[in-house]
Ligand binder design. Sequence first.
Ligand SMILES: Nc1ncnc2c1ncn2[C@@H]1O[C@H](COP(=O)(O)OP(=O)(O)O)[C@@H](O)[C@H]1O
Ligand SMILES: [Mg+2]
Length: 320
Amino acid sequence: MTYAIEAQGLTKRFGKTQALSGVDLTVEEGRVLGVLGPNGAGKTTTVRILATLLAPDEGTARVAGHDVVHEAKQVRRSIGLTGQYASVDEDLTGVQNLVMIGRLLDLSSRDAKARATELLAEFDLTDAGTRLVKTYSGGMRRRLDLAASLIGRPAVVYLDEPTTGLDPAKRDDVWDMVRALTAQGTTVLLTTQYLEEADALADEITVIDHGRVIAHDTARGLKQQVGGQTLEVRPLDLADLPAVREVLARIGSRDPEQPATDLLSVPVADDTALTSVVAELASRGIRVSELGLRLPSLDEVFYSLTGQKQADDQQEEEAA
Ligand SMILES: Nc1ncnc2c1ncn2[C@@H]1O[C@H](COP(=O)(O)OP(=O)(O)O)[C@@H](O)[C@H]1O
Ligand SMILES: [Mg+2]
């Protein structure tokens, strides 16, 4: 197995803030790794280290076979980076931006222009290419940013929260683009705060929180770890809440929770639970105003994973 990205024990401290406390991650060639975590988890710091923009305090990382500290130049030739903080110049046109980056990458003027034209077409920006970037919409800017990162045909691309702040339609555009990229065999490391996004785009997901990896799995595996789906029931009559609680307690993998005064929820392993709950409620004559299954939210994933981790740590301490 060949890894395009291989990081071990990355730590990084900024003054009093321990941004990373030993992050390990690997991405096989041609695969997409989703790095999932809330604000401040250490996603951008990890990406910056892997992009040679920041040296780790401890730990090592190799990208496309090269060490990010000792072979930074070779690493930079292998990667494309689109940041939370866009790299394109507002006062240039789309074409000018791409040509300039091509020139910086040592392409001839002619090759840089050809590559710019090709990428603008690929990202549906041909017509906008001659306009100044400051007139672009948010979605167009993300697309240009992504195009800019691909000029040197990198083997590895980092996408740091590529859809944060975009509306759903533009987010879908970016998703399509990421899929096109991976169809060409590019290795992608994508950071996100949304489980749904990692689910849609990534082969595997590394969950980080407070600078540590708290889980690594496929999206499916993660959801199973946290109890698959959540079943929610809102009885029509508040007096039925205790009875509903009883029904849910029998079916769920944890005690039911009460997210609102008239709503009960419980994690369930699969959708067969829905049928049993409907049957049980009907047989007791309980009427409901709302009943449904939904996927766990990122909050629930974190809650469950961090809760699990604390329990594991405690067990380890007790065993020691
Ligand atoms: N240049 C910096 N100086 C000081 N603190 C920083 C710097 N960069 C990141 N941090 C801190 O490190 C932690 C991780 O940040 P970051 O990697 O940006 O997280 P994420 O991208 O997951 O939101 C945060 O607490 C952040 O405030
Ligand atoms: Mg970030």
